[in-house]
Design a binder for this molecule. Structure first.
Ligand SMILES: [Zn+2]
Length: 270
């Protein structure tokens, strides 16, 4: 499943492909729905428009025109690619035809993705109520600390809550808590302001590093053969149960917290 850094790299890839601002000429939907219905009529109101910019909000991509946006979520297996004539593949569900013979294909074998129309993000059911962006200026130690007041759930569960901060998935939550030296099961409201500041710093650093690495690993995106992709990172604690901690040599432990596998070093994270 693509996490926020992967979606951000896809955004950068789409932005690059669309930098000459080609005109949207046709939206070809190969089926009626993905996870949600795809509203052909509304989407077709964008025909003739240029994509002015590509925005990412949480793990959603918004391809903006002056008349509204196409909303894309990659679900579990979604990818965007440049697909010249002849490059049709199974599980291609959407083709966007642009001027200049540019065609973008959305492929999604498991169909958990979303392709929808947005006029106003503030009223779209998938976008309302989302918390601050982890890389945005509204996400600070103070804001995180404030939003954890009165929360008794495990800290890891809290930072994966999209109302607290968006786009911190299971992997990055484990990694950030390890980097910050904080136990994942700590009751959220017990996090001190000082440690909240450290945690925010680590969340931002880890996401940024991952975006940078990912950007280089799928630089092929703009080429005909390139598919927007998923990158394999090396993790310090995630998925390393029973292995030695890279910092102290203690054995990494794992346990299910909030329904998700959680990894931590009992010596470094107290
Ligand atoms: Zn350790």
């Amino acid at each position: 499943m693509p996490e926020l850094p992967e979606v951000e790299v896809v955004r950068q890839g789409l932005e690059k492909i669309l930098e000459d601002r080609p005109k949207l000429e046709k939206i070809e939907l190969k089926r009626k729905d993905l996870r949600d219905p795809m509203p052909a009529k509304k989407l077709n109101t964008l025909i003739g428009e240029k994509v002015t910019h590509v925005e990412r909000r949480a793990k959603y991509l918004l391809l903006w025109t002056n008349k509204g946006a196409m909303l894309s979520h990659l679900g579990m297996t979604g990818t965007w690619r440049v697909a010249p004539p002849g490059d049709e593949r199974s599980h291609d569900h959407v083709y966007l035809h642009f001027s200049g013979n540019l065609r973008l294909a959305y492929r999604d074998p498991r169909r958990f993705g979303i392709f929808d129309f947005v006029s106003d993000p503030a009223s779209h059911p998938r976008l309302v109520g989302l918390g601050p962006e982890p890389l945005g200026k509204d996400f600070t130690g103070e804001s995180l600390w404030g939003s954890l007041r009165g929360k008794n759930v495990a800290l890891k569960v809290a930072i994966m809550d999209q109302k607290v901060v968006v786009g911190v998935g299971n992997i990055y939550a484990s990694e950030a808590l390890f980097a910050a030296g904080i136990k994942p099961s700590l009751p959220a409201q017990k996090l001190s302001l000082d440690r909240a500041k450290i945690l925010v710093k680590e969340i931002r650093r880890i996401l940024k590093e991952s975006i940078q690495k990912g950007g280089s690993s799928i630089s092929d995106f703009a080429h005909a053969s390139g598919e927007s992709g998923y990158f394999q990172n090396t993790f310090k604690v995630y998925d390393r149960e029973g292995e030695k901690c890279v910092r102290c040599g203690h054995t990494i432990r794992a346990k299910v917290i909030g329904g998700r596998n959680t990894y931590w070093c009992p010596s470094c994270q107290k």
